[in-house]
Design a protein. Structure first.
Ligand SMILES: *Cc1c(COP(=O)(O)O)cnc(C)c1O
Length: 420
């Protein structure tokens, strides 16, 4: 008799099933406005839940350390080919378990411990892995930062000045909380001036880049990483791309055997599915919707008197400054959660409050755009956000708004079937 129980999860483990059901309800009844989140398709989840989770495939297609890899080879090669087609690059590694793992491998491939890296300050919108001191990138390497000017935008002349003083081996561009287009060409010029490698991390904007709705880091960057689960709308994971064969070889060795063991073949299968969706003609429309929805969101917030870092947006996210308010980003995110809107508190440039409370709120349009929401819904939601923040202690108002938004969401079902 087989040791495998073939019952579905609800029967096999009702405790886990119940928690997943609760999460399903949460995702179905709250407006998802965390800028780094999205709703991936049932097809992506199906591939991710597939039997490829059983397979060990250390190595790369046709160069494995295990037998039985012929279909793992096929799925990984398909993911690589689709990814190269999306971004117009020659080499791709689809094995990183996450965006942070991808970035760690880039440093491991191209730097020695103690080498100098120059990345965007965490408080100005950069990511932990761009050299923040509590992160491995700030511990293992000698990290320096650039930030945004008082207008909330990157001042490229200032980045050049800092680069000339620091003389970094790698310049990292790309951000987690920056609402404006990143000019990769200017970063290339800066990198060339100081003889640095240019590393672009497009974790947040990849879905827009894929559609031509944001400047492509190719051909400017030497190496490009991304997550696959943000605007790219795939499973949780990371990717690394390059046009330079020598760099690509070093990256492959830095992922395996350098920093990871077996690849998550089931996740790679899901990445392939997601990349297929990105290559579909409708992706362009989706990316346009993400941007236009973020724009109307920003416009209403400004009309209602809220201050935005950089005074608007070019991409999928909006960063509200609460620097002149008597409540924090933490207070705002709790109040919005009560009103059925999920966001995150976020540090802003020159933030006087600590990272645990912050003076910012980050909002994103990618997930609600996936549901098919347009201007009309985003204008309404923006007003509700302002209503909550204008009267932040008014709990009955939050309860009332939550009810209204749940009704709105009924017309934009996330998934029709709770078995996910
Ligand atoms: C989200 C993000 C990452 C890290 O991704 P994880 O998958 O959470 O490790 C890296 N870089 C940037 C710019 C990000 O926004």
């Amino acid at each position: 008799m087989s040791f495998i129980r073939e019952e579905s999860l609800s029967v096999a483990d009702s405790e886990v099933f119940a928690i997943i059901e609760n999460e399903f309800d949460r995702q179905s009844t709250h407006l998802e406005m965390i800028a780094s989140e999205n709703f991936t398709s049932p097809a992506v989840m199906e591939a991710m839940g597939s039997i490829f989770t059983n397979k060990y495939a250390e190595g790369y297609p046709n160069k494995r350390y295990y037998g039985g890899c012929q279909f793992a080879d096929q799925i990984e090669q398909l993911a690589i080919d689709r990814l190269c087609e999306i971004f117009g690059c020659a080499y791709a590694n689809v094995q990183p378990h996450s965006g942070s793992q991808a970035n760690g491998a880039v440093y491991a491939a191209l730097l020695q411990a103690g080498d100098k890296i120059l990345g965007m300050d965490l408080r100005h919108g950069g990511h932990l892995t761009h050299g923040a001191k509590p992160n491995f990138s700030g511990k293992n390497y000698h990290s320096f930062t650039y930030g945004v000017a008082s207008n909330g935008r990157i001042d490229y002349d200032n980045v050049l000045e800092i680069a000339k003083i620091v003389q970094p081996k790698i310049i990292v561009c790309g951000a987690s909380a920056y609402a404006r287009e990143i000019d990769f060409k200017k970063f290339r010029e800066i990198a060339d001036t100081v003889g640095a490698i240019l590393f672009a991390d497009i974790a947040h904007i990849a879905g827009l880049v894929a559609a031509g709705e944001h400047m492509n880091p190719f051909p400017y960057a030497d190496v490009v990483t991304s997550t696959t689960h943000k605007t790219l709308r795939g499973p949780r994971g990371g990717i690394i791309m390059s046009n330079n064969e020598e760099i690509a070889k070093k990256i492959d060795s830095a992922i395996f055997p350098g920093t990871q063991g077996g690849p998550l073949v089931h996740v790679i299968a899901a990445k392939a599915v997601a990349f297929g969706e990105v290559l579909h003609p409708s992706w362009k429309e989706y990316a346009k919707a993400i941007k236009s929805n973020a724009k109307v969101l920003a416009e209403v917030l400004i009309q209602r008197g809220y201050e935005l870092i950089s005074r608007g947006t070019d991409n999928h996210l909006v960063l509200i400054s609460l620097i002149n308010k008597d409540f924090s980003g933490e207070d705002a995110s709790v109040a919005l959660e009560n009103a059925g809107i999920t966001v995150n508190k976020n540090s802003i440039p020159k933030d006087p409050r600590p990272a645990s409370s912050t003076s910012g709120v980050r909002l994103g349009s990618a997930a609600l755009s996936t549901l098919g929401m347009k201007d009309k819904e985003f204008i309404l939601i923006a007003h509700k956000i302002c209503d909550v923040l204008d009267d932040i202690k008014n709990i009955p108002l939050q309860v009332q708004i939550k009810k209204e938004l749940e009704t709105l969401l009924k017309g934009f079902k996330v998934y029709n079937n709770a078995t996910y």
